[in-house]
Design a protein around this ligand. Structure first.
Ligand SMILES: *[C@@H]1O[C@H](CO)[C@@H](O)[C@H](O)[C@H]1NC(C)=O
Ligand SMILES: *[C@@H]1O[C@H](CO)[C@@H](O)[C@H](O)[C@H]1NC(C)=O
Ligand SMILES: *[C@@H]1O[C@H](CO)[C@@H](O)[C@H](O)[C@H]1NC(C)=O
Ligand SMILES: *[C@@H]1O[C@H](CO)[C@@H](O)[C@H](O)[C@H]1NC(C)=O
Ligand SMILES: *[C@@H]1O[C@H](CO)[C@@H](O)[C@H](O)[C@H]1NC(C)=O
Ligand SMILES: *[C@@H]1O[C@H](CO)[C@@H](O)[C@H](O)[C@H]1NC(C)=O
Ligand SMILES: *[C@@H]1O[C@H](CO)[C@@H](O)[C@H](O)[C@H]1NC(C)=O
Ligand SMILES: *[C@@H]1O[C@H](CO)[C@@H](O)[C@H](O)[C@H]1NC(C)=O
Ligand SMILES: *[C@@H]1O[C@H](CO)[C@@H](O)[C@H](O)[C@H]1NC(C)=O
Length: 812
């Protein structure tokens, strides 16, 4: 009675044998194919004929691989109506219908034709597709009927799984009842036309397993079925069609995807013969957590946990007693109910299989921010995310009502932003603000009227919560806290030298301690910009809304008179350069940490370039502008500064060049041309520095190279790129990853900005999800600096050509 059903939904491989002699055959009107005769596709791959499955004596018309010794059936015509003896025959009548009849001339199976042909023929194509076409019709690809439109249990390369919306044709796979009986079993698999279409496997009418919606690269819940050197998977969703399809990239293997249900345990091989065996490439469902809706509404299934079901953060069991008894079907509810009259926030969850999209909505042209706004408009919207994760994420998908069938997916899950009540923020009434403000104002006594001093109470606990979820968006009404100068001065002991952490591109940075015990980093912008107070304030407010786990969080600002100060969260582990270029601290960054840092910086920069609403070009990305949190996660600092500081935002050309020599792209350093691609250049330098543990500028001249990229390029062209790697790293085990990083680094520092990849491509490349072209010659800036622009006499050269200032420059 406890029979477990397993669905095999797998792509299997076999190596092909020598092809037999090609035999082209077709049947035209007045011809027929009798039991015992077969039709072979013109390339010799497939064969059509009559067969008896398993131990059955019944006869069926089917298609199988011609060259595979153990018969593997890929399609069956008369699945439900077997012929009892060997009297069957297949004919085509003058109107283009295929007719399968038995000895008594009873038609057991037939097709219909979409139009009246002049001279119809039935032909088996080498793809395994049985087609009816009109030989008088010039267009060879225009079929009157094709077996690919009526799949059995097998999806072959080139077949479509899903819908033709014009004809309402739905191509679904259905399993065989048993190995003796090809009639449709309980299990079926197809694409369902929810607003956000998803792959669903059903047992009877019940959902059994959900592959989830297609996210541009793969089904959300089946990360292994994504494109790779062997397969190319694709999903098409437009007004005419919604389908899934795969293609084979390497023709020396044979593949099929088959839906199979069995009461036995899983087996890895379909059959075995010397040198030729079907090998399981992948199969779903994979584990217990793939059971549809196992954890109920708003629950999450984590296979490595015991018990596997949990409520999502912010939710609690609906019926705690049954939940504790491991009956999770009643699911979870919000800790605090969502009150539609209030404003809400979102918590970002990562690494998920997206929930059931039965109640969903999609707009493919919205970005993440518009998506969030759209969700906030409708109180029954419970979650949102990008509908397409390619290129860092595009499009908008919304969910309504309970979130069902969420699972944690290791290596390939997605982000989902789930709506939460945020009462501690929303509670803030004007009266309470006054109560906070007045005491601070009267104590500090420095309120000069210019600076509206209103400090939001930053509870240490709240901070920690947000550190776990740095992407929690805050209530819309949240203004940027303005600190008054007195508070900042006290926190930094009057900007004492002892408190100075360093000197950034825009001024000195101090460590500060607030009265409530919170550490802060204070940046005092040293140059005066042409910007007015309000412009500056608005700009900083916008920047403060940029929140990403790889960006340092801006806590507030202070504006008094000419003073412009920004306040950040404090990072105890300091900057990346203090690790990277330090003999003693360097080794604490092993390869996996370095790779994590590289990818984190990449994601942070991608967010600035593309995902944030502001589209920020950093212009001064370097090791000292990357800070490390207590788990050594990277956070980019000083982003938006060039913009805040009144840099020329729209033009592609700026007269004031900010940036650091050694990281600047040639076109930027020389001509002031900046773009996302000049940031990509800096990222490439930084990447090579992280891999090598060496600075680009101040590179050891004894090596006879001007700089690190010159050295990296030489090693690359000589085919020994791994010699670049920091000698303190034991990288042997992960050579391909290290090599990929160096490769990506060199692509980023190419001389011509157009050759450099954009950050979304860089992020894909780092994860091995994008093709890596051969890099071209890097931009070796030092070779092209015109000598007259710099005086090379002093230790730190200062270049000055019409407002052309480079802040840090070292001698060669
Ligand atoms: C061909 O077969 C189809 C299906 O049975 C039938 O509807 C059609 O009338 C037949 N055509 C002729 C000319 O008999
Ligand atoms: C399903 O797969 C198993 C193992 O590969 C095989 O033994 C069985 O015959 C298959 N069932 C059907 C109905 O094809
Ligand atoms: C195709 O697959 C075969 C066998 O797995 C392998 O030897 C061959 O290198 C592959 N070809 C390509 C172009 O990937
Ligand atoms: C989708 O979003 C875009 C951009 O916000 C908007 O112009 C368009 O009207 C939206 N389409 C639908 C169907 O809502
Ligand atoms: C909110 O969305 C639901 C589901 O799409 C819809 O039925 C309802 O009308 C929407 N409400 C508003 C106010 O737009
Ligand atoms: C900071 O300066 C103020 C006024 O100039 C002075 O009263 C105060 O003692 C100074 N504080 C510190 C820590 O130096
Ligand atoms: C990073 O900071 C944390 C917290 O201050 C500290 O425990 C840890 O030792 C630091 N890591 C390194 C490598 O210095
Ligand atoms: C990034 O580059 C890829 C490949 O060249 C391109 O398809 C994509 O549209 C680019 N993305 C952006 C935001 O420019
Ligand atoms: C180098 O720059 C530093 C800081 O900008 C300055 O203090 C120093 O005088 C400069 N040295 C020379 C030799 O110009």
């Amino acid at each position: 009675m406890n029979s477990f059903w397993f669905a095999y939904y797998c792509v299997c491989l076999a190596c092909s044998m020598l092809k037999t002699s090609a035999l082209t055959e077709s049947i035209a009107a007045s011809q027929s194919l009798r039991d015992g005769e077969t039709m072979v596709s013109n390339g010799g791959s497939f064969e059509l004929g009559f067969f008896s499955p398993g131990n059955s004596k019944n006869r069926y018309l089917g298609i199988w691989y011609k060259n595979i010794p153990v018969r593997t059936i890929v399609w069956v015509a008369n699945r439900k109506n077997p012929i009892k003896d060997m009297s069957g025959s297949l004919m085509i009548n003058s109107t283009g219908s295929l007719l399968l009849s038995d000895g008594t001339n009873t038609v057991v199976w037939s097709t219909y034709s979409t139009r009246i042909p002049q001279s119809p023929v039935a032909q088996l194509l080498d793809s395994g597709n049985l087609v009816v076409r009109d030989i008088k019709d010039g267009d060879a690809d225009s079929y009157l009927w094709q077996s690919f439109d009526y799949p059995s249990d097998t999806l072959l390369p080139g077949m479509k799984l899903g819908w033709n919306l014009r004809t309402h044709l739905n191509r679904r796979l259905s399993s065989w009842k048993s190995s003796d009986d090809p009639s449709p079993g309980e299990l079926s698999n197809g694409i369902e036309l929810d607003a956000y279409p998803q792959g669903v496997m059903r047992k009877g009418s019940r959902k059994y397993f959900r592959g989830g919606p297609w996210n541009g690269l793969r089904f959300s819940g089946a990360p292994e079925l994504k494109s790779n050197p062997l397969f190319d998977f694709k999903f098409v969703s437009n007004q005419d069609e919604v389908y899934y399809q795969y293609r084979l990239l390497n023709t020396s293997v044979i593949t099929r995807l088959v839906l199979n249900e069995t009461t036995s345990t899983r087996q890895r091989y379909v059959w075995a013969e010397p040198d030729m065996s079907w090998k399981l490439y992948a199969s779903v469902p994979r584990d217990y957590c793939d059971t549809y809706g196992l954890c109920g509404a708003n629950g999450i299934c984590i296979i490595s946990d015991s018990p596997v079901c949990k409520c999502l953060e912010g939710f609690k069991p609906n019926f705690p007693q049954s939940w504790d008894a491991m009956d999770w079907s009643r699911g979870c509810i919000h800790n605090e109910p969502l009150d539609c009259r209030r404003k809400h926030g979102f918590i970002k969850f990562s690494g998920l299989k997206l929930p059931d999209t039965t109640y969903s909505w999609v707009n493919e042209s919205m970005n993440l921010w518009e998506c969030r706004e759209e969700c906030l408009k409708n109180c029954s919207c419970t979650a949102y995310t990008n509908s397409d994760i390619r290129g860092g994420g595009n499009g908008c998908a919304l969910w309504f009502g309970d979130l069902v069938d969420i699972k944690q997916v290791s290596g390939g899950g997605q982000d989902l932003y789930i709506r939460m009540p945020t009462p501690h923020r929303e509670n803030r009434s004007p009266v309470q603000i006054a109560m906070i403000v007045v005491p601070i104002a009267s104590v500090c006594g420095l309120l000069l009227g210019v600076c509206y001093c209103f400090r939001q109470k930053l509870k240490p606990k709240g901070e920690n919560e947000e550190d776990d979820h740095p992407d929690v968006f805050q209530g819309e009404d949240l203004d940027l806290p303005l600190f008054d100068l007195g508070t900042v001065a006290r926190a930094t002991e009057n900007f004492s030298m002892n408190k100075k952490l360093g000197e950034g591109g825009f001024g000195p940075v101090y460590k500060g301690l607030l009265v409530d015990g919170q550490n802060i980093a204070v940046k005092r912008l040293s140059m005066s910009s042409g910007q007015g107070v309000n412009e500056f304030k608005n700009e900083v407010k916008l920047i403060a809304k940029l929140q990403h786990r790889n960006l340092v969080k801006l806590l507030g600002c202070c504006i008094e008179g000419d003073q412009k100060i920004v306040i950040y969260e404090y990072m105890p582990n300091g900057s990346l350069d203090s690790f990277l270029f330090d003999q003693t601290r360097g080794p604490s960054l092993d390869w996996s940490k370095r790779f994590n840092i590289i990818c984190g910086i990449g994601r942070g920069l991608l967010y600035l370039h593309q995902d944030s609403r502001l589209r920020i070009i950093h212009r001064d990305l370097k090791a000292s502008n990357v800070l490390l949190d207590d788990e050594l996660n990277p956070k980019i600092s000083d982003f938006g500064m060039a913009r805040t500081f009144g840099g020329d935002q729209v033009a592609e050309n700026t007269r004031r060049i900010v940036g650091t020599y050694g990281y600047m792209a040639p076109e930027y350093a020389l001509y002031g041309l900046f773009s996302v691609k000049s940031d990509v250049f800096s990222f490439g330098i930084l990447l090579l520095e992280i891999v090598s543990g060496k600075k680009n500028r101040g590179f050891d001249p004894s090596q006879n190279h001007h700089n690190l990229i010159g050295y990296a390029w030489q090693l690359w062209t000589e085919g020994r790129p791994l010699e670049l790697v920091d000698s303190s790293l034991d990288y042997r085990l992960i050579q391909p990853e290290v090599k990929r990083c160096i490769h990506v680094g060199l692509l980023c520092v190419q001389q011509n900005p157009e050759d450099r990849p954009n950050m979304s491509t860089v992020v894909l490349m780092l994860n091995g999800e994008s093709y890596l072209p051969q890099p071209k010659q890097p931009g070796l800036l030092i070779d092209v600096v015109p000598s007259e622009t710099c005086s090379s006499s002093s230790k730190n050269e200062s270049c000055s050509v019409t407002d052309f200032t480079i802040t840090t420059l070292e001698a060669r």
